[in-house]
Write a protein of this length. Structure first.
Lengths: 476, 504
């Protein structure tokens, strides 16, 4: 049996004597007898370390991982390469085992990592302020909407149909609490229908939300989407903002006009070549950070990121590390702007977030430093070329066509001939050790993701396996 | 005796080096990453100019050796649980077994895509199912969702479930008040605000538990929920708990159990048996998963039958043939999802490993030992009651609150000074200035994994600091001396926020 305690019988006797009680039971005297358990828990018995490891290996063996098949799954999480240095750093006790840095004098490592992470997110997004992480991409979208509501007191949220369905569902769940209406704008040719988008924005709109690249892999024209919102705001009779906000946001566009906030949910790994959200007029940029140095791990833990225009700094959720000096004048870092936070402001806090994803954010910033300024761009150019190649190859297969023809960087959507059984095709591929991508039920198609771990040869294999699977399925 | 100067203390030379960020170490042309060669015929104009970025993000340019050295040196500027005692109250900083890391790193877990066909993720779904069963048994509440990413996320989930439950009874508009004791964690009221309801505080009685008269006065048909942790943040198990839950139930409200303090009662008693409807667990506290310096955490919730229909989706289900699946039926009364995918699975692997390692008896033993250790440490500090009295009662559960108010008055040093001086003794200070209702609070949670010797050393350090302060309070005022930096100017940081590295 495994145990992580150290109290011997002799220790216990001495300790009870020091306390002044005869038995440990006396320490639980406050617990009423009618709820005190006399029966042991109905749980399995203890296991030794080697037994429990064998059990966990057996469970792992019944999962088909990306090591076990040629996988083109994406849809929110991606099989990018995680470098050895990142793995080494997140296993270090000094990063792995502390709590949130409440004592900055002995937490400078973690705090500086947060500061460097915030810098990296600020650079990627082209927005001046970023926090130290939120839970994940979908909940980051909901958090951004909450911040919009706190900012302009409005409750109508215009959402592109290109937003990841899980983000839309998470937002809908959060709206059951803080209240609000979700208005979906359809796609046209794979991207947000700009006319419908314009028409959907009114004076009661708190925020507009789109994803880039969108769920179907298409690159959105972020500048056009943002401009539509901002120009609607300048003409609509929006609620006046407080003098404090106006002062804080001097020189900024949104908020100051009373128009909706523009929230963009971005894939950070393509921001080496994709226009910076901040330069497109996005006010709040959030997203899922898994692609940056974090393993898939069946969906978590990873991290969400949250960046914004300057005027939202004091309304942002989550921890923020800030630079300062100590009593000897030496440079140091602290958790700052804590008057936003739950432990100080309680019900008036800008968010309830406490524990976030610090270790995953460390993996993120170390990964970005490993890629470097040129490396990120080179990686993105490679993804762009291979993804294009993959789309071209797959669209040559009889029974497959592109669901849209928009520019794509790392992912794209296909449709299958309606006569084909989508899941049967996928199963036939899986039997050959190829996972061809995510089934798109409504579109009767596939969402195919290409990472740098999928070579041309891998893409060619996908094409040949998929071609064969479709031929077999069509001939059945 | 004057304040010790920094120079008098031997500190590693690296602490005195100028602090530079990775961006300041960047030199154009250096690199760690080499991209795989382009293996397809390059196509032109795949991304139109108006969608393209003009200038790439200014990420650092460093070699791999520099990258490693930078972050490893940074790591040495952190205090961590593996190196020393970390009695941070309400955070349950127990040992993080390394087998959990090894198990979570197995490729079958770490490299499993969340959208893998459930038929090819049976091991993961079984693990989640088993973990749910264990959490249900520990809480006495049979229905579990593992989705929430952390405790406060579990709280918000529970409050949204409460709203859905009242809505199903046509009482959503009527029930908008959530009762919380004034000793509650700050996340409780913040979660209430995010759920669109309002906080009503309930007073603490002289014994440290809920003031029943105040509770009765505030309980009516407008109350949606009572949020409570028990033992509470004062470290006291409320002996009136079944009366409390009965009063709240009688007005039709739900009961939410904040599981931050579950480490006191595993296998001893269960929130479900106390009368609670909803409980969240902190896998990064009670179930020994590492906290990572601020996450990842994991905050699963367990609920009773009346809340179950509204539980988040997708849900892990066990089919009649013994296989596992994900049920994501959109037509259910479920509140929907609270985040992407299924939760922090890597954390589930670690927590499940812990639960299976300890087994039923081991989990109970962990709680009993946590309570024993806390009471022992409390007793070892008992002779300092003149300066640091116990805030309430005589005994405690897994943690206890001392008040530094007499120390401040008699010696002129505050709880903050004591905490900072403890850093020089190589221990992490307890939680300070929480709970708010205790003046100069010091919340101490030693956990079950510490040895008696460690507890003795901590008690000796507190004694030494008090003795030192009787002689010369200035020493504590100036502390710490031996740390990478000394006291930092937090006011300046907030007044003129610098939250990113400027880059030329």
């Amino acid at each position: 049996m495994s145990t992580y305690t150290a109290v011997t019988d002799a220790d216990r006797t001495a300790m009870l004597e020091t306390i002044g009680v005869a038995t440990t039971d006396e320490l639980f005297a406050n617990i009423p007898a009618e709820i005190r358990r006399t029966e042991p828990l109905d749980l399995p018995d203890a296991m030794t370390e080697q037994e429990v490891y064998a059990h966990l290996r057996e469970l792992a063996a019944r999962n088909v991982s990306t090591d076990d098949e040629l996988s083109f799954l994406g849809g929110g999480m991606y099989d990018h390469y995680v470098p050895a240095v990142v793995e080494m750093l997140i296993e270090r006790s000094e990063f792995l085992t502390p709590y949130t840095p409440y004592q900055p004098e002995v937490s400078q490592g973690g705090l500086q990592v947060m500061f460097e992470f915030q810098t990296a997110i600020s650079e990627l997004t082209g927005l001046p302020v970023a926090n130290a992480s939120v839970y994940d991409g979908p909940s980051a979208v909901a958090s951004a909407a909450y911040m919009a509501k706190l900012t302009n007191k409005k409750t109508r949220f215009v959402v592109s149909a290109g937003l990841n369905p899980q983000a839309r569902e998470t937002l809908a769940t959060y709206l059951r609490g803080f209240g609000g209406e979700l208005v979906e704008v359809p796609l046209k040719d794979g991207v947000t229908d700009l006319g419908a988008w314009r028409a959907a924005i009114d004076s009661e709109t708190s925020a507009v939300i789109f994803q880039n690249p969108n769920f179907y892999g298409a690159v959105e024209d972020a500048a056009a989407l943002a401009e539509a919102a901002h120009s609607a705001g300048s003409t609509a009779a929006g609620a006046p903002v407080s003098a404090k906000d106006a002062a804080a946001g001097a020189g900024q566009r949104a908020g100051a006009t009373g128009g909706p906030l523009v929230i963009g949910s971005y894939d950070p790994i393509v921001l080496g070549i994709l226009a910076a959200p901040g330069e497109c007029g996005v006010d709040v940029c959030v997203g899922e950070g898994q692609a940056l140095g974090n393993t898939l791990s069946f969906g978590g833990p990873s991290f969400g990121f949250f960046a914004a225009a300057q005027q939202y700094l004091r309304r942002m959720p989550g921890r923020i590390a800030g630079e300062t000096v100590d009593v000897d004048g030496r440079r140091g870092f602290v958790l700052t702007l804590q008057t936003r936070e739950q432990h100080i402001r309680r019900e008036k806090a800008t968010s309830n977030i406490c524990t976030a994803q610090a270790l995953n954010a460390l993996a993120g910033v170390a990964y970005l430093a490993w890629l470097g300024r040129k490396g990120l761009v080179e990686l993105d150019e490679l993804l762009l070329q291979r993804t294009h190649y993959a789309r071209e190859q797959l669209c040559r297969i009889d029974g497959i066509s592109a669901w849209h023809r928009q520019p794509v960087i790392r992912e794209f959507a296909l449709t299958l001939d309606p006569a084909l059984d989508l899941h049967a095709v996928i199963d036939r591929c899986a039997a050959q050790g190829v996972n061809p991508g995510l089934a798109l039920e409504r579109e009767h198609g596939l969402l195919v993701a290409i990472t740098e771990q999928r070579s041309r040869a891998d893409i060619d294999r996908l094409a040949s396996v998929l071609r064969a699977a479709i031929a077999e399925e069509a001939g059945r | 005796m004057s304040t010790k100067s920094a120079a008098e203390l031997a500190v590693p030379a690296s602490y005195r080096e100028p602090v530079r960020t990775i961006y300041e170490k960047s030199v154009p042309g250096r690199r760690a990453f080499v991209a795989p060669a382009l293996d397809v015929e390059p196509a032109r104009d795949l991304l139109p100019a108006n969608l393209r970025r003009a200038q790439p993000p200014r990420l650092p340019e460093v070699s791999e050796p520099e990258l490693v050295r930078h972050y490893v040196r940074l790591s040495k500027r952190n205090f961590d649980l593996d190196s020393g005692f970390y009695p941070l109250g309400s955070c349950t900083m127990k040992h993080n077994p390394r087998i959990g890391e090894r198990a979570a790193a197995l490729p079958g877990h770490a490299h499993l895509h969340p959208l893998q066909d459930p038929r090819r993720a049976q091991g993961a779904l079984e693990l989640m199912w088993n973990l749910q069963q264990a959490l249900a048994e520990l809480s006495g509440l049979p229905h579990v969702s593992l989705q929430p990413a952390a405790g406060s996320h579990g709280e918000l989930s529970g409050l949204l479930l409460t709203r859905a439950y009242h809505e199903s009874r046509g009482e959503r508009e009527q029930r908008t008040r959530v009762l919380t004791p004034d000793s509650a964690h700050g996340t409780n009221p913040a979660s209430v605000a995010m759920s669109g309801m309002e906080v009503v505080k309930v007073a603490t009685g002289p014994g440290g538990g809920i003031d029943l008269d105040d509770l009765r006065a505030k309980c009516d048909e407008h109350v949606a929920c009572l949020m409570l942790t028990n033992p509470n943040t004062i470290g006291i198990f409320d002996p009136q708990i079944t009366k409390i839950t009965e009063i709240v139930r009688s007005v039709g409200a739900t009961l939410y159990y904040d599981g931050a303090n579950l480490n006191a009662i595993m296998g001893v008693c269960r929130p479900g048996d106390m009368g609670f409807d909803i409980v969240h667990f902190n896998l990064h506290k009670s179930f020994a998963t590492p906290h990572g310096g601020g996450g990842p955490g994991s905050g699963p919730i367990a609920v009773g039958d009346r809340i179950a229909p509204f539980l988040m989706r997708p849900r892990v289900v066990k089919r009649d043939d013994g296989s596992f699946d994900l049920d994501d039926a959109e037509d259910s009364p479920s509140i929907g999802r609270m985040r992407g995918f299924y939760g922090n699975y890597g954390t589930f692997v670690r927590a499940y490993t812990y639960i299976r390692s300890l087994g039923a008896a081991g989990l109970r033993d962990a709680s009993v030992t946590a309570v024993l250790n806390a009471n022992y440490l409390l007793a070892k500090l008992g002779d300092l009651a003149e300066y640091l009295p116990l805030a309430y009662g005589k005994l405690c559960m897994h943690e206890f609150v001392l008040s530094g108010a007499p120390m401040k008055q008699k010696l002129g040093i505050r709880t903050l000074d004591l905490a900072k001086r403890l850093l020089d003794y190589g221990v992490h200070p307890p939680t300070v200035y929480f709970p708010l209702l205790v003046d100069e609070a010091l919340l101490v949670e030693p956990t079950e994994t510490e040895t008696r010797e460690t507890l003795d050393e901590f008690a000796a350090a507190v004694h030494a600091i008090i003795a030192e302060a009787i002689e010369d309070p200035e020493i504590a005022h100036g502390a710490p001396y031996s740390t990478p930096v000394r006291r930092l100017d937090e006011a300046a940081a907030a007044k003129h926020p610098v939250i990113r590295q400027p880059i030329e």
